[in-house]
Each structure stands twice: as C-alpha cells, then as structure tokens.
Design a protein around this ligand. Structure first.
Ligand code: SAH
Ligand code: SF4
Ligand code: F3S
Length: 433
C-alpha cells in the first residue's frame, strides 16, 4: 500500500500555496492524501500571532503522542514557526523528524530522504529560492495562486514575517508567464498573484507589478487576475492606471492600513501617514469608481491611546471598506515592539477590537447594499456548504454570492447574477437569463 500524507495549514495564502507545492512533491513521490492515520504529517505553521502558534503546538502534541504508538510516523513542522524556532523545536518536541522553514518547501523530497536515513533534519538556512518544475497539487481547479515575490524587506516593528520569510526575491516575468500559461491550458479561470508586499514586486530585478500584469494579461482562458497583499507605500499611480486599463484585472484591492493614527503608524514604521493612505484610496476610486477596498488593522499596539484608537475607527467610517481583517496586537519574539514598555492590557485590546469590528461590520453592510438590484458576473467555484440547492461564487470585486443552481452545470462558469439580498459579508442572487 502506498504511503499516505496529511498536511494541516495554519497561515496566510502564501502558506497555503506552499502546502499545495509540498502536496505536489509528495504526490509525485507516490504518496496519497488522507484525512486521518497518515504515515507522514506536515504541520505548515504560522507565527503571525501567538494564537496561531499555540494552536499548532496543541496539534503537534497530539501527533507526537501518536508517534509513540506508531514509530513509523514521520512528523514534519514546516512554515513560519519552524523558521522562527529552528532547532529549539526539536528540544521541545523530540518526536519531530523535520523542521523546515518556508524557503525550503521545494526541497521536501531531499529532506524526507535524509529523515528516512535516520537524521533529525533542521532546514532553516536562508537561501535563494530557485525556479523548479514542481506541479503544485492545487485545492481548486478553477482559481489558482501564483507566487510572484517571496519575503519582505520592510521592518514593521510588530511583525515576524521578515524574520521567517527573509528578504524579497522576485520571480522573473518570463517564469510567471509560463506558469500562468500552463494554468490557462489546464482550464483555470482565475489567478491570484501572491506576495507579502505584492506591489513591491520586481524591485530586485528592475521591473514592477504594472509591467507583470501587462505581460500576463492576455493569457488565453484566464478571465480574472487578482493580486494580494498590497503595501500602501508601493501602490503607485502607474499601478492604479494599469489596473484600470486592463479589463481582466479585478477591481478589488487589499491594502492594509494597520492604523488610522499617524503616531501609531510611525511607531509601527509603516512609512506612510493616514493622509497618504486616504489619498491612495481616493486615487484608486478616481480611476476605478467601482473599486472594492479591503484592508487589515491592528488594535492595542503598545502605547496606543483611546484617542489614537478612535482615529482607526474614523478611518474605517470615512473610507467604507468591503472588509477589514482586524486583530489585537500580539507581541512576537524578537520584534522591536514586543519589548517596548506600555503594552496595552488584554481587556483593553479586546474591547477596542469589538468596537472596531462593529465599525467594520457597518461599513461592510453599507458596501453590500450598493450591490442590491445590480447584475454582477459571478464565477461559480463551490457548492454552498450550508445549502446543497445553492452554489456559491465571487463577483469581480471578490464579494461572496449565493444563488440557487446546479453545481455540476455551473462550476467554473462566469454567469450574470441579479443581486436580491445583501447581508454584511455576503450576497444572494438569482441567475439572470
Ligand atoms: N505584508 C502585509 C501583511 C502581512 S501580515 C502588509 O504589510 O500589510 C498580515 C496581517 O497580520 C497584517 O496586515 C497585520 O494586520 C497582522 N499582524 C501582523 N503582525 C501582527 C501582530 N504582531 N499582532 C497582530 N496582528 C499582526
Ligand atoms: Fe510584516 Fe510589514 Fe512586511 Fe507586511 S510589510 S509582512 S506587516 S513587516
Ligand atoms: Fe503566518 Fe508566515 Fe503567512 S507568519 S501569515 S504563515 S507569512
């Protein structure tokens, strides 16, 4: 019987894309996917906040116990906690076979071979990620993630990512074009270009995101092109103009702001003011009036006063976001802000988070209402998990839409849908014939 693997993914889209690549490697080695009793378990971890890290330790504890009953089990910790902790993880969980950072995902086969020879492998050295021939095993056959830039050159004072993913490394436009071409040939309709700061793409190889979008725009079959995550610093007018001019580039932009207060932004080392952020959003809406904007925000950053927090609420109310991912500040090991005095008590953070979430929900609800009565092209990509008589899909602006329909007949199609109901974070409609 062939070996069976299970990968649990804890992190962001890049972490998910890495899992798909590791799954691709395993399947090329003859492994089969399973949900339980796997011979090989990979935890692809995230360390953006303490909660994500603790969750993975509790999973790891369960698998380590299993290994005592089944010594043949191979146990791997990959991703950002692996990079952050390195060999320390082996001391904490001696049952581990491999600790591998995100830059080593493409080397899984070699690392497994070493582990099978009896070595406890730690692969966390920084390296240039080469182009490779790995065929990821993608979750979807409609919509695909495409890595375009690895790493992050910023040093936001709260953030662990530069310490786990290293410096920026852009793939060449030619390599990305070839990958997208292959996806189009295999019937993919939508791609999302990925990077921690996607709009910083190309700085290290003398090109930029606007140029890349132009290069890949006309790939046959690909109908929708998205990209995430954008950093306000690199969101240039040239990029906005290019998005407006290229019809396949979707009108949804995820541009985290983190705070609406200049002093907090400065202590976060974000490199922009709230006025500058507002100017960027105004520019986006000037070129693309239907643009849907989403973002990320952190409450309870060290020293944040009530007044400074209220400036974040104000920004949300003023700019009307489709969605904001909010989080309470979580001190991360080795980052500057973690050791600063004047950390905000947990109860204050929780209270601010709830109040910000109310403003976010109101803003999302207001955005939803603007869809009522409109006919939107929807790419159908799944069955509604709560109602099998309905399918679900996304508008061009990335809003989730449910509608009655037969999934087998509609999957992977872009159909016109009249929006009849608008809730905070989703819409319902009927197919327009
Ligand atoms: N590169 C992107 C964001 C990557 S991390 C950017 O710069 O915008 C994803 C999100 O996690 C961040 O936008 C931030 O809102 C949140 N985050 C990062 N570190 C955090 C921390 N220490 N505590 C709470 N939230 C954090
Ligand atoms: Fe983290 Fe800042 Fe880099 Fe985003 S830009 S990944 S928040 S350091
Ligand atoms: Fe988490 Fe690493 Fe992504 S810390 S958010 S998995 S880059």
């Amino acid at each position: 019987m062939s070996q069976r693997y299970q990968i649990t993914t804890f992190g962001c889209q890049m972490n998910k894309a890495d899992s798909e690549r590791m799954a691709g490697i395993l399947e090329s080695l003859g492994y089969e996917a399973t949900e339980e009793d796997a011979d090989l378990v990979i935890l692809n971890t995230c360390s953006i906040r303490d909660g994500a890290e603790q969750k993975m330790y509790s999973y790891l504890g369960i698998h380590a116990q299993r290994k005592h009953r089944n010594p043949a089990l191979t146990l791997v910790v990959a991703g950002c906690v692996a990079q952050q902790e390195g060999a320390k993880l082996l001391r904490r969980v001696p049952e581990l076979d491999i600790v591998m950072g995100p830059q080593h995902a493409d080397q899984l086969a070699e690392l497994l071979a070493r582990a099978n020879d009896g070595e406890q492998v730690v692969a966390t050295d920084w390296r240039d990620i080469p182009e490779d021939a790995i065929q990821p095993r993608r979750q979807s056959d409609i919509s695909a993630w495409v890595n375009v830039i690895y790493g992050c050159n910023e040093r936001c004072t709260y953030c662990i990512v530069p310490y786990t993913r290293g410096v920026e490394q852009s793939r060449t436009p030619e390599a990305i074009y070839q990958e997208v071409l292959g996806l189009g040939e295999r019937g993919y309709q939508e791609i999302t270009l990925l990077g921690q700061n996607i709009d910083a793409y190309g700085r290290d190889i003398s090109t930029n995101l606007a140029h890349l979008l132009t290069v890949i725009h006309d790939v046959p079959n690909i109908e929708r092109i998205r990209f995430a995550t954008s950093h306000p610093r690199y969101f240039t007018e040239e990029l906005i103009r290019t998005c407006a001019e290229l019809p396949k580039v979707c009108n949804h932009f995820h541009i985290p702001f983190q705070s609406g207060d200049n002093q907090v932004l400065s202590r976060m080392a974000r490199g922009y003011s709230h006025e500058r952020y507002r100017t960027i959003i105004a520019k986006v809406r000037e070129y693309i009036p239907t643009a849907a904007i989403s973002g990320d925000a952190i409450v309870g950053f060290p020293e944040e006063t009530e007044e400074q927090f209220l400036n974040t609420v104000q920004l949300v109310e003023d700019l009307q976001f489709e969605l904001v991912n909010t989080a309470a500040y979580s001190p991360r090991p080795g980052t500057p802000a973690a050791s600063w005095p004047h950390q905000i008590p947990e109860d204050v953070k929780t209270d601010r988070l709830q109040r910000l979430n109310r403003a976010v929900a109101q803003s999302a609800y207001n955005c939803s209402q603007t869809y009522l009565g409109r006919v939107e092209p929807v790419l159908v990509d799944a069955l509604n998990p709560k109602d099998p008589t309905q399918v679900q899909g996304r508008t061009y602006s990335n809003r989730l839409v449910f509608l009655p329909g037969d999934y087998q007949a509609l999957r992977g199609q872009i159909i016109p849908v009249r929006i009849t109901e608008a809730r905070t974070f989703s819409l319902t409609g009927i197919q327009e014939v």
